[in-house]
Write a protein that binds this ligand. Structure first.
Ligand SMILES: O=C(NCCc1nnc(-c2ccc3[nH]cnc3c2)[nH]1)c1cc(-c2ccc(F)cc2)cc(O)c1O
Ligand SMILES: [Mg+2]
Length: 214
């Protein structure tokens, strides 16, 4: 049967990127998505905003919802201080299989823990599975209708502390209206919109950065 888009993206990485070099994996994926096949990675333009927030927060504990092929996983992990772990949740086993290989190719596997399953089931198990008390940083990039319920779940499970940062992709395209309304109107969050574009296109999109106030 025909290969999938994630498999073709992986093949491009294995063919063109330098093994053990996260930046070359990132650049290869961006080139492939711009010149061969579009794919739903956060991309280079929004990726630069993601990088600046990760560097500013310099998290000890970080969570990513929605691994896909692992592009943003590699972007985040390459900036984490030694000894810190990025936990990334992926629901789709085919995406997870490709992501594991891209993460390994980048050489960052020791800083990343990819867990397969539904965010709604896994978030309540974070303490028991990983001994995590709270997350300093959460990147939301999974199903857009899961952003709000999973944010409420993180609050209920006391996985957020005063100052925890939520960074959400795609708040304009495809859009997460209920999530935006919540973080922009809740007294428990201080929110800021970073205007950008949908990855590899001229369509407007952006990232919403929200600080949990406790
Ligand atoms: O759907 C997206 N991303 C989500 C994939 C995913 N990858 N993994 C999950 C998951 C879902 C439950 C989960 N529960 C636990 N882990 C989970 C992971 N969802 C997405 C879509 C677009 C997009 C824009 C314009 C278009 F015309 C078409 C598409 C752009 C983006 O940047 C995206 O991130
Ligand atoms: Mg996205």
């Amino acid at each position: 049967t025909r290969s999938t888009r994630p498999q073709r993206l992986l093949r491009a990485v294995q063919k063109k990127a330098i093994k053990g070099d996260p930046q070359s994996v990132i650049s290869t994926i961006d080139y492939f998505c711009r010149h061969s096949e579009w794919a739903m990675n956060v991309g280079d333009e929004k990726g630069a905003i993601l990088d600046s927030v990760v560097c500013e927060v310099s998290p000890s504990t970080a969570l990513e919802l929605g691994t896909y092929c692992g592009y943003s996983t590699v972007r985040i992990a390459r900036l984490l201080p030694p000894g810190t772990k990025l936990i990334t949740l992926e629901f789709n086993p085919d995406y997870a299989a490709v992501a594991r290989q891209i993460i390994e190719y980048s050489g960052l596997q020791d800083k990343i823990c990819l867990v397969e399953g539904a965010s709604g089931d896994l978030i309540p198990k974070m303490q028991e599975l990983f001994g995590i008390k709270t997350f300093d940083f959460v990147f939301l990039d999974h199903w857009k209708d899961r952003y709000l319920p999973d944010t409420k779940l993180l609050e209920e499970c006391q996985l957020l502390r005063k100052g925890s940062i939520l960074l959400a992709d795609n708040v304009i395209c495809p859009g997460t209206p209920d999530y935006l309304e919540y973080v922009r109107n809740s007294p428990r969050y201080e929110s800021k919109y970073f205007k950008s574009h949908l990855e590899y296109t001229k369509v407007e999109d952006g990232l919403e950065k929200s600080v949990f106030l406790g």
